[in-house]
Design a protein around this ligand. Sequence first.
Ligand SMILES: Cc1ncc(COP(=O)(O)O)c(C=O)c1O
Length: 400
Amino acid sequence: MPHTHAATFPPMELTYLDHSATTPVRPDVLEAMLPYFSSSWGNPSSSHRFGRAARAGLELAKRETAGALGVEPNQVIFTSGGTEADNLALIGAALAARAHGRPMHVVTTAIEHKAALASCHAVVALGGKETILGVDADGIVRFDELDAVLKERPALVSVMWVNNEVGVVQPMVEIGARCRAAGVPLHSDAVQAFGKLPIDMNAAGCTLLSISGHKIGAPKGIGALIVRDRKIVEAIIHGGGQQYGIRPGTENVAGAVALGRAALIARRELDDHVIRLTALRNELVARLTAAVTDIVVHAQNVPHAPHIVSVSIPGAESEALLMHFDLAGIACSGGSACNTGAVEPSHVLVAMGVERSLALGTIRFSLGHETTAADLNRLTEAFPGIVERVRQLSVALGRA
Ligand SMILES: Cc1ncc(COP(=O)(O)O)c(C=O)c1O
């Protein structure tokens, strides 16, 4: 769907290729949530009719979210997003282990989102232990390291289903089988997988799963942790008894309704969506590599999500590329983080062994339900010229 920027003359056609960062709210989702700001604004814990109307919305949201994942409605714990869901899984599992007299030991991978990595560090700060598993050059978790740590019987293993930067899909069924054999519960951050790939928590032997609304057409600030065994998670915030005491606080009813509706739509459209995005992604990769032959496309040799294309461009820097794409009306994102002024390569690419200078020239294009062939045409037309200009700039600045 074309976006336009009316402030420029003539109005500039905009191309949004940053759906892994966030997505626009879908009109059907907005429509479903609006009554919970107007007619049904009660507190879902109140027993009177105002409360009952809100409670009905919350129950519908649980059913729709659960239905999209093939789990039970009472296994859906709404959170403020994917970040909180990851914190609840990892810190909550460590606290539950301690309550059962077991070590607070959590395990994750080196390519996780900061939400999971920082939660593991928080467990260490609480007196627990973390093990960070390495990955191979394609981003697949190292099974030898996983097998070794499982012998220690950690409280939880957490492996992201789809990586948000490079799109690699982990072999969740094999990982789950190993965890199950060792009697260790498995959590997956499925924020980038939900709505993009079929997710079968049974086949993957997953006890906990994080999802986020704003990646699938619901607003920001709503997500959920699917909890299939409440014994393994303790609350990390404290208050009333809402959501079985696992996540107290008056529920964000409108947000939950939005997440449920977005999940329902995503489930209904999944098969078509995967076919359409896979075709667009393949075409995009073919055109980009034909236009600039020395670019490196990450996670190309392994199963990858249909919506993420991560490319490193030798002799170019991410920040300059992003700026030039933005000037051309194309929104994408970089593979590096700017901390305290110094540009650092992404921890994901570093873990995959990508050379530092190459990692610093990485950009991500991420597609969504509204992406069309016209969007990709605009990108592929602009791509070689922008790469050429940014490379010349690097040479002129003495950086190449
Ligand atoms: C893999 C992954 N996990 C967690 C998050 C955090 O989700 P939220 O923005 O809902 O807190 C994101 C968002 O970028 C993500 O991509």
